[in-house]
Design a protein around this ligand. Structure first.
Ligand SMILES: Cc1ncc(COP(=O)(O)O)c(C=O)c1O
Length: 387
């Protein structure tokens, strides 16, 4: 028997989100469909973050805002404590979102008609942003094995050699499979990038939600490798502390000339980070670790609940995810041609695998109070009930 996880009040319930402009909850408004798609959590942010936001609001003046003096030290301290990565504060550039920063790198590090490599299935903007920037997207499918998803390095090298790839967008840990790339895998990615003159952009937005202690996160740019020294790392507090609506992220760029060009790449189109985003990020990185650890215990428990339930539903399978709160569920053996439609008809709203580049899968967001997850799992079973 596994010990039960007793969530504290912070994780036992969630305030009503209907009518708050929530992207997640508005999607099926008016229908009995439980939203379990977009990656935000049905939990309030930590008290420490709320206190910092209250203090900033009480100041009452919200003029144009530079990074407050505590922002970079808070991020450096967090990266050193959590990942053993010593970052020079000068390497940090704030950005209003990781997706915005990715879009900037498409324009900065590749020219019109050049290609961007990415491992699929993947977080949908990795597939759509290159085209929006007039760049090609070259997909390198991950390999499915019984225990884990892995990178096909021969396919990666072949794709790098056969394309006009200037960039590789790495999702680390990987959304949607929840894979934490090992140091050995990262070094092999770095070798390919170096051989072909490719800049690696490592999206590490999920790095603080590694569920298993033995699957430690190694920041790509912390490798002792030339490709790591000219990489761009993207981080944010938004997934870990549920702050996505506040629009605050950071790029970490060691190469000075690249960093200088990144700062101006927005060309007036990219807004400054807002003062509340800064306040929340700084508080989360500095004071959010106890809350984060409690969250991880809940998410590990939810992973067990989902895996146990999925194993009981004929035709469904799911590999244990090492990071994130996202279950990537293979529905192909059910024979159901449109798993997303089947789920919605049963009152469950996951993400559709097609948008990640892999039909036949759904992605289920497990970051919600346990009673809500139980309803989601009942509806998942109903969606694929025989007959
Ligand atoms: C891998 C990845 N990158 C970026 C984002 C979004 O980042 P932002 O809201 O800062 O643009 C997400 C959100 O789910 C994500 O999963």
């Amino acid at each position: 028997m596994r010990p039960p996880v007793e969530p504290s009040a912070a994780f036992a319930s969630c305030p009503e989100r209907h009518g708050t402009g929530s992207e997640k909850w508005d999607r099926w408004a008016g229908r009995d469909v439980l939203p379990a798609w977009v990656a935000d959590m049905d939990f309030r942010a930590p008290d420490e973050v709320l206190a910092a936001l209250h203090a900033r609001v009480d100041h009452g003046v919200f003029g144009y805002t530079h990074e407050p003096p505590g922002f970079r030290p808070a991020l450096c301290g967090h990266l050193a404590r959590r990942h053993g990565w010593e970052v020079d504060p000068d390497w940090i550039v704030a950005a209003p979102g990781v997706v915005t920063a990715l879009a900037l790198t498409a324009r900065l590090c590749a020219g019109p008609g050049d290609d961007i490599l990415t491992f699929t299935p993947v977080y949908p903007p990795f597939l759509t942003l290159p085209g929006l920037a007039g760049r090609g997207c070259v997909r390198v499918p991950l390999v499915e094995a019984a225990a884990a998803w892995s990178i096909d390095f021969d396919a990666l090298a072949a794709a790098a050699g056969a394309s006009r790839a200037k960039l590789l967008w790495l999702c680390h840990p990987h959304n949607p499979t929840g894979t934490v790339w090992s140091r050995a895998a990262l070094l092999r990615v770095a070798d390919v990038a170096e051989r072909h003159g490719i800049t690696v952009v490592s999206d590490e937005i999920w790095a603080d939600l590694v569920l298993d202690d033995d699957a430690g996160h190694v920041p790509f740019a912390s490798l002792d490798h030339p490709a790591a020294r000219r990489a761009i790392t993207l981080v944010a507090p938004s997934k870990t502390w549920n702050l996505a609506g506040l629009g605050c992220a950071a790029a970490i760029i060691r190469d000075e000339s690249l960093r200088r060009r990144f700062r101006t790449a927005g060309g007036g189109l990219v807004p400054m980070v807002n003062p509340l985003g800064y306040a929340a990020a700084e508080a989360a990185w500095q004071h959010g670790d106890a809350w984060r650890r409690e969250l991880l215990a809940i998410l590990r428990h939810h992973r067990t609940l989902v895996l146990d339930r999925v194993a009981m539903i004929p035709g469904l399978s799911c590999r244990a995810w090492q990071a994130t709160y996202l279950a990537w569920i293979d529905c192909r053996a059910t024979g159901v041609s449109d798993p997303q439609a089947a789920c919605e008809a049963a009152g469950l709203g996951p993400s559709d695998g097609r948008t990640f580049g892999l039909p036949g899968f759904i992605r289920l967001n497990t970051a919600c109070p346990a009673d809500r997850l139980a309803v989601a799992l009942d509806r998942l079973a109903a969606a694929f009930a025989p007959g």
